[in-house]
Design a protein around this ligand. Structure first.
Ligand code: ASP
Length: 435
């Protein structure tokens, strides 16, 4: 069985076992020994420990990988002046797709009306966290201390630093060349580490999902079924159809190929709920399976993981309309426009970690003049939706990177169309994207 299929099988098994354990725990007396064994020993013991170790190892690779890929990418671009157009196209596409995402979320939610008839009494106490001000967010992109940026995992700062180092290296003559060669070696080693993690993924994904589904609590999904399924439908539509259209209209590439190659990344995004933790796999897949040269992938993918969150934007659109409907508030067209603007900005500012989108939702609600306590209404069903929107978020990063690479002549179409590229991880040397 191929590795991707093994990961997908692990997902199914994890979800099934987790759900069975959830039902079992729900029916057991908490005082019994069996409950203690299943809950403390298995769910919060073995599975939680394994899952957390898996996520920690993924996160471990993020900073080194972004740093070396971006530096090598800049070196690959050499002294050419393509960085400006690549950055412009990438940012432009990220913004446009996010605007489409919020608008789609708003439109569908207005038509379907998931909040009509729902009781406004929130069942959970919720204290909204303060969202960071936009001015600070902008200033914070620029690092004062690269070591601190790396230690804190501040991705935008690491990107800025890596771009500077890469640029300087291409201008530093022999010294630069020596250093470039060193970084290229380092990249091979870090990519190998990502490969090892992908090999271990079936176990990690299984442990994560078993623990998650055993502790999820599904009752709230039935209470909020209309919200849940409306949002799910928009997420799937955007992830599968809109990105397909973007790829089809802007390039002659087949969206089916991209979707097939993204399955591995989806499994990681779904089980970790974090675009940040998934970044090593997204980057490796975009480079080695989709054939995007590292000059584009090294820049566009980490940037996208940090600022491009279409799934999150969709959630914010649907949730805003839902909350307005529950509170019986009619949204005016200027409020709707405000939601499109703030949700786009909020999704940019959302951290690539689980449930971060919920925090930024408070910002959107405040700007639209809606009660912030409304966030409490959707808390109960957010976990599962977070998993799906994270998968949408990473698909956006891969799609935009592919489109930009195609237009910049940085896409190896042979690799893109080769179904076996980087399928078996030991073949990596032969599938090195050469443009
Ligand atoms: N979990 C999402 C991500 O990492 C962010 C969110 O909460 O929407 O992409």
């Amino acid at each position: 069985m191929s590795l991707t299929n093994r990961i997908l099988l692990a997902m199914v098994l994890g979800i099934s076992l987790g759900s069975i354990l959830e039902i079992l725990l729900g029916n057991l007396d908490t005082e019994t020994q069996l409950y203690g064994f299943v809950y403390n020993g298995l769910v919060m013991g073995v599975f939680d420990v394994l899952g957390r170790i898996f996520i920690a190892s993924l996160k471990l690779l993020v900073v080194p990988l972004v740093l070396v890929s971006l530096i090598c990418g800049m070196a690959a671009l050499g002294a050419s002046s393509r960085m400006g157009p690549i950055a412009g196209k990438t940012l432009g596409l990220y913004l446009i797709t996010t605007c489409i995402a919020v608008t789609l979320g708003l439109a569908v939610a207005i038509i379907v009306g998931p909040g009509n008839g729902v009781n406004a009494i929130a069942s959970v106490d919720f204290v909204p966290k303060e969202a960071p001000p936009i001015k600070e967010t902008l200033i914070n992109i620029f690092p004062t201390n690269p070591v601190a940026a790396m230690a804190e995992g501040n991705m935008l700062q690491v990107i800025v630093f890596a771009l500077l180092v890469g640029f300087a290296m291409t201008r530093a003559g022999e010294a630069g060349e020596r250093l470039i060669a060193w970084f290229q070696d380092l990249e091979v080693v870090v990519m190998k580490m990502v490969g090892v993690l992908i090999e271990l993924a079936p176990y990690g994904v299984f442990a994560l999902l078993t623990k998650l589904f055993a502790t999820m609590g599904f009752e709230t999904i039935f209470d909020l079924a209309k919200y849940f399924f409306t949002l799910l439908a928009v997420l799937l539509f955007h992830g599968l159809v809109i990105y397909g259209l973007v790829l089809r209209t802007l390039t002659p590439l087949s969206p089916a190929v991209l979707r097939a190659k993204m399955r591995r990344v989806w499994a990681f995004a779904f089980s970790t709920s974090s675009s940040g933790a998934t970044l090593p796999i997204t980057l490796r897949t975009v480079e080695k399976r989709l054939g995007v040269n590292k000059s584009v992938a090294g820049f566009a993918v980490p940037l996208g993981a940090t600022i491009n969150m279409d799934g999150t934007a969709i959630m914010q659109g649907v949730a805003t309309v839902f909350i307005a409907q529950v509170y019986g508030i009619d949204l005016s067209s200027s409020q709707l426009l405000m939601v499109v603007l703030t949700a786009t900005l909020a999704s940019i500012g959302t951290a690539a970690v689980p449930s971060a989108g919920l925090i930024m939702l408070s910002l959107v609600l405040t700007q639209a003049g809606l009660p912030v306590e409304g966030v409490a209404l959707i808390l109960g069903v957010d976990r599962l939706l977070d998993m799906v929107r994270t998968a949408v978020n990473v698909t956006g990063d891969a799609t935009v990177s592919t489109v930009v690479a195609y237009h910049e002549g940085q896409l190896d179409e042979v690799v893109y169309n080769d179904p076996n590229a980087d399928l078996e991880l030991d073949s990596e040397e032969s599938t090195e994207a050469v443009v």
